[in-house]
Write a protein that binds this ligand. Structure first.
Ligand code: HEM
Length: 499
């Protein structure tokens, strides 16, 4: 009779027992030391193994972290499983870290799910010299292909034509705009990255949009956050399998495109970001330590789609919901656009300065929607003394964006949707330092100027042509959010009535 037979142990139970033993050993190695003994800031008392996960609840963690900052102040410790992370709350503290200590806080924290997916290649989840080179190359190439310039402005306006047609096809009836908005925004990234757009009925493209959307939900799901805190239990999580299946499809799509572009690559006429990268790869082919290799190309392109598509389209969805919820504000925006530009000619970015109310509304949508509440976790790049505490190199840091976008000391009415947050007494637009939906410092969003241009053009063009109305069966439009990697609106349908 076998040992396992005697104790009726199956393989899963055995693996679970081993995992538990490893967890307990790890806990005994450092888990009993208090925050004070390690000179970390105070924080809620952690439980063995799970740390403070029971408090965070894994859903709406930003709300819990805001409550904890009321109790523990602008800098406190939380334990994510067995890892101590430092939370920075409020404009002054976040700015002090990311602006006054830019290099020390510029690391990306080790996050198991992103490490599995990217193996630290690309931009968003890489570190050190590889990150520096990928970020520098990406930003200068994106600028070269028109990010924040006129050429990309024309691309966005052309895409808006297609989007308007799609919205018109619903004839004022309620519909869910999620996929159409993601496809429109995805096409802008595709134009830069691949040099081409896709039709909205291109099935391969639409399924890419859908699986990227799904993966963005999955990486923020409670189950995968649990995996991030306790990676040793990873084998238990079925959603990880789904995530991987999707990720392989995304890579396949991107690799096919790269292979196709490679066949027609012309050194004298780079058509896209991908071409520029491959030319750089050829230039550096003699360098065995080059960072310009295929893995970095595929991961950087995946990052641009992953970081740029869901964020921008989610913001546009919030924009529509907020305009439906506040119809008087929507009418005021429409009236301003109508007065300054008229109803025929499309708005251009140079019109922004003449549209102070509209500009204030777009900023307020981004502030209020707070779509990346926890930011993307940073880490310290060296041992560091900060505000009387000591953080060893590699300490995970959460510069909590909610705490800045809703900071009571920075906003006239932090908790309400109120465009006056960005207007002075004469109705002129006022820039606010605490407006940081894209974060700040050397890790701040690499696509910020593209995103700002897309939001301005898509929003003004849509409001110029449509009145967004609450569907007839909805009596009270709720502004609650679902948590994925981003805060996405729970309620999604809109009626776009042609003006
Ligand atoms: C409304 C739209 C967007 C929002 C709110 C947003 C927000 C953010 C935030 C909060 C971060 C993390 C910053 C940090 O770690 O401190 C980030 C990083 C990043 N974003 Fe965006 N983003 C948006 C659109 C875009 C677009 C359109 C692109 C590119 C096409 C993009 C590319 C990136 C990249 C590559 C990173 C990683 C930067 C790094 O690690 O160095 N984002 N974004």
């Amino acid at each position: 009779m076998s040992f396992a037979g005697v104790f009726s142990l199956d393989t899963v139970t055995l693996v679970l027992l081993c995992a538990l033993t490893v967890l307990i050993i790890a806990y005994f190695r450092n888990g009993f030391k208090s925050h004070a003994e390690l000179n970390f800031p105070p924080g809620p008392t952690p439980l063995p193994i799970i740390g403070n996960l029971h408090l965070l609840g894994l859903k709406n963690s930003h709300v819990t972290l805001m409550e904890l900052s009321e109790k523990y102040g602008p800098i406190f410790t939380i334990k994510l499983g067995m890892t101590r992370a430092v939370v920075l709350a409020g404009y002054e503290t976040v700015k002090d870290a990311l602006i006054n200590h830019p290099d020390q806080f510029a690391g990306r924290a080790y996050t198991p799910i992103f490490d599995d997916l990217t193996q630290r290649s690309g931009i968003a989840f890489s570190n050190g010299e590889s990150w520096r080179q990928m970020r520098r190359f990406t930003m200068s190439t994106l600028r070269g292909f028109g990010m924040g310039k006129k050429t990309i402005e024309d691309t966005i306006i052309e895409e808006a034509h297609y989007l308007i047609k799609m919205f018109e096809s619903h004839k004022g009836q309620e519909f869910n705009p999620t996929i159409e908005l993601s496809a429109a925004v995805g096409n802008i990234i595709s134009s830069i990255v691949f040099g081409d757009r896709f039709d909205y009925d291109d099935q391969a493209f639409i399924s890419l949009v859908k699986i990227m959307d799904e993966n963005s939900q999955l990486v923020g799901s409670a189950v995968l956050q649990l995996y991030n805190a306790l990676p040793i239990l990873g084998f238990l999580f079925r959603s990880k399998k789904k995530l991987w299946k999707n990720q392989n499809l995304i890579w396949q799509f991107i690799e096919d495109f790269i292979t196709k572009n490679y066949q027609t690559l012309d050194a004298n006429n780079p058509r896209s970001f991908t071409d520029a990268f491959m030319l750089k790869q050829q230039q550096e082919s003699g360098n065995p330590n080059t960072y310009f290799h295929k893995k970095n190309l595929v991961c950087t392109v995946t990052d641009l789609f992953g970081a740029g598509m869901e964020t921008t389209s989610t913001t546009l969805r919030w924009a529509m919901l907020l305009m439906m919820k506040y119809p008087l504000i929507q009418e005021k925006v429409h009236d301003e656009i109508n007065m300054v530009i008229g109803s025929e000619q499309f708005p251009r970015t140079e019109d922004r300065k003449n549209l102070p109310y509209t500009n204030a509304v777009i900023h307020e949508i981004q502030r209020f929607a707070d779509i990346v509440p926890l930011n993307v976790m940073h880490s310290t790049t060296e041992d560091l003394n900060f505000k009387g505490y000591f953080f060893p190199k590699g300490t995970p840091v959460i510069p909590l964006l909610t705490s800045v976008l809703y900071d009571k000391t920075q906003w006239k009415s932090p908790n309400d949707f109120n465009p006056s947050n960005f207007l002075d007494a004469e109705g002129k637009f006022v820039r606010r330092d605490a407006f940081i939906p894209f974060s700040m410092g050397p890790r701040a969003c690499a696509g910020q100027s593209l995103a700002r241009m897309e939001l301005f053009l898509f929003f003004t063009i849509l409001i110029q042509r449509f009145r967004f109305q609450v569907p007839p069966n909805v009596t009270n439009l709720e502004l609650t959010s679902d948590v994925g990697f981003n805060l996405i609106p729970k309620y999604q349908n809109v009626c776009a009535v042609h003006r």
